[in-house]
Design a protein around this ligand. Structure first.
Ligand code: GFB
Length: 424
């Protein structure tokens, strides 16, 4: 293809609602419903990796419905990068990372019509998006208390990072690509489920539409079979699974065969399971850093965390603990001292693994190891822990071994996390 120009097809016999593509001097017309069109999105910059995974699920359900109902729509996977928590300095640039670094994209495609950004840019042949909607809450969104699905283009309530350079040309963050621009940028007050976005775009002529602040659109339904299908399709990149398996077998005496965690390669072939054993270790996800000041009442001191872990180990008759944490090494060593009579392990990536798979890949390896443990203790309100719980639900662990958490030192009532049980 030389170039693709997107125009309303007035010269075509197909009629004015159809589209033309210009290849050099030649114009080809197609019915609108057969024309490939693209949805792009981004998320509020401070949001972390695991909330972004949740937003992906909402957008993938929306894109799947767009394709089922309104023609050949595709969802472009926003490259990973510049996340607040990805602070390692010895891993090279953590920008413009494709989803295939972390996830099995073919597996995602079995649920929704998704594609990587580089594939989109190659396919579309232009770096100017037709339309950007910046989603925003209604100014009075939380006042009336009445649930009502609605949307409308309104003046922007807050400053944003898009600048109007000249007519039909906006610059913006665009995931870190400096050459991507947009022809039109609007603020869209939005209240409702992600599928309501269908109503927003179904009658538009734009071929490439981006939603910024996509986290504002809610899950269509939380926890039903479709939700879990989207979740099950999010298989990790096989190389990360392999690295986690190697660690499990080498240090934790844990293999899929012995632990009862053998799974079909194809998630669509997965069936409900119960009472899975897991490897002979306890995993605690100990979220520290910003949670120490963000949730001081629910985050235990290292001494208290060690006491709680000990109690569980004794009840479970286990002597090995795997710790997944964002804590600096000094804190991990202090925890080790409190647990000196047990085997305490942490995944330490080799230089090459860290440079290749970066902070995101190492975090996923920690999650995979935790999801295979006989017993899991998470951190209060951490989406990192939630994703591990979901993985265990998919594999078929008893919920008593999954929905547990570390409690704050002075928490009077340390409630268990909500149980989100899998539905097939
Ligand atoms: O994943 P995440 O959104 O979970 O953010 P939360 C935490 C990030 O910290 C992860 C690192 O993506 C990792 O990069 N991290 C946390 C870890 N725990 C571990 C771990 O056990 N192992 C490794 N290797 N890395 C959210 C924030 O954090 O909490 C939001 O993302 C916001 O911005 C919210 O602050 C309150 O849900 O724990």
């Amino acid at each position: 293809r030389e170039s693709i120009i997107f125009i309303i097809c007035i010269t075509c016999s197909l009629g004015s609602t159809d589209f033309c593509t210009k290849y050099g001097d030649k114009i080809e017309c197609q019915e609108k419903s057969k024309f490939t069109r693209y949805i792009l999105y981004d998320v509020n910059p401070p949001e972390g990796f695991n909330l972004r995974r949740d937003v992906y699920m909402r957008m993938s359900v929306f894109a799947r419905k767009m394709q089922q109902n309104f023609g050949d729509w595709h969802l472009v996977l926003p490259p990973w990068g510049q996340l607040y928590h990805w602070q390692s300095i010895d891993v090279g640039l953590q920008e413009l990372l494709p989803w295939s670094l972390f996830f099995n994209v073919s597996s995602l495609q079995q649920f929704a019509p998704v594609m990587e950004m580089h594939q989109f840019l190659q396919e579309i042949g232009t770096s100017s998006l037709d339309l950007v909607y910046i989603l925003q809450h209604y100014a009075d969104a939380f006042e009336s208390g009445k649930w009502e699905e609605k949307f409308e283009v309104e003046p922007c309530h807050e400053d944003n990072k898009y600048t109007h350079v000249n007519v039909g040309n906006y610059r913006g963050p665009f995931w870190g690509y400096t050459n991507i621009t947009a022809k039109q940028v609007e603020c869209l007050s939005f209240h409702g489920h992600a599928s309501q976005l269908q109503e927003v775009i179904k009658d538009l002529d734009a071929r490439t539409i981006m939603f910024d602040h996509a986290e504002i659109a809610l899950h269509d339904t939380f926890g039903d079979a479709l939700y879990w299908k989207a979740r099950r399709s999010m298989r990790f990149a096989s190389v990360l699974v392999k690295l986690a398996s190697n660690f499990r077998s080498e240090y934790l005496n844990s293999t899929d065969k012995a632990d009862g965690t053998v799974r079909p390669d194809d998630w669509t072939q997965e069936t409900p399971r119960e009472g899975v054993l897991g490897g002979p270790y306890l995993c605690a996800h100990m979220r520290r850093k910003d949670f120490l000041w963000g949730r001081p009442k629910q985050i235990p001191s290292l001494e208290s965390a060690a006491h709680q872990i000990k109690d569980h180990l004794e009840k479970l008759k286990l002597s090995t603990i795997f710790i997944a944490t964002d804590a600096p090494n000094s804190e991990f060593q202090e925890l080790e001292q409190h647990l000196s009579q047990y085997q305490v392990l942490r995944y330490k990536p080799s230089k090459i693994v860290k440079q290749t798979y970066k902070d995101g890949g190492v975090a996923i390896i920690d999650q995979i190891i935790c999801s295979h443990a006989r017993y899991f203790l998470g951190t209060y309100e951490s989406t990192f822990s939630f994703r591990i719980q979901e993985e265990r639900e998919i594999m078929g662990f008893d919920s008593e071994t999954t929905f547990n958490r570390l409690c704050g030192d002075k928490e009077k009532k340390c409630n268990k996390p909500s149980m989100w049980r899998i539905v097939f």
